[in-house]
Design a protein around this ligand. Sequence first.
Ligand code: NDP
Length: 327
Amino acid sequence: MYKAIVIDKQDGNYVATLNEVTGSELMPGDVDIDVLYSTLNYKDALAITGKSPVVRHFPMVPGIDFVGKVSTSSHPDYQPGQFVILNGWGVGEKHWGGLAQKARVNGDWLVPLPTQFEAKDAMAIGTAGYTAMLCVMALERHGVTPERGEILVTGAAGGVGSVAVAILSKLGYSVTALSGRVEQEAQFLSQLGAQNVIHRSELEGAGKPLAKERWAGVVDVVGSHVLANACASTQYGGVVAACGLAGGMDLPATVAPFILRGVTLAGIDSVMCPKALRVEAWQRLASELELNKLNMIAHEITLNEVIATAADLLDGKVRGRVIVDVN
Ligand code: NDP
């Protein structure tokens, strides 16, 4: 028997509980892992609260990421005792996930833990931090260098945003952090390396098709009007990496920034991202993210606290990243 958060459907509603389950219930896979840490990402919070139809079948153990130690493996790349990371691949949505003491997955989904990291560091980063790195890599791929000018990071005090601010400032970019919690979080965001902190209201609501050119690049986790207004105020030839929908799934924009200013809208997906890109992102996180900043960004909770914290996260009350010690 081991502990897991389990989501079930009762009378059409999602009900999440902390439960004891048996190993025989684990879903098919060729690597068994003793999970050490998981995290609470936005998608996990949607799954646990049932606010969005993230879970594809029931019962489901949520947790889109984890770090752990291989206990048994019939996969050629993994041996017992090895430390591994998992992000995405539908884990926590259609395959039992990381908010549990044990997991069984397809070894092709795993990434070895970079040697620079302790297990807990990997989950201080988690899927949110790995996605932040994918966004930064997209900006670079499209030629956004620090000399090009300011980078806007939206939803900056959340998981993806805070790691993006830390990485970009370490790489020498001038970062402007957009947050709805400027009074509480301006100091935190400055400590992470943001040169400016502006209030979310500056980019909320319906805006013009084109606004004053400001950003060389954007990392957007919010979507909706904020994303539309960010595109409208991106410099000629700039790049907007869109990865989130914390403010809405819609995109009430015009094509003007794309056809008149050559702006690139780069979509970022961490779930089905090819393995080579994942390994590159994790290697870069290991070399380019300062661990002292990670300590500022992440705090730890237990499995008992996951369900209550999920609601707080969706209410925008959680700073940075949430590590879950599943043991
Ligand atoms: P968090 O909840 O940690 O952070 C989201 C932040 O967005 C909040 O802290 C808040 O920042 C801001 N925010 C929240 N609600 C609103 C709102 N109504 N309007 C505008 N801003 C808002 O989530 P994560 O960082 O883990 O994830 C952020 C987004 O990225 C989510 O939509 C998530 O689904 C997505 N995501 C996508 C991935 C992918 O593969 N594409 C992978 C990982 C995440 P502040 O208080 O500073 O304003």
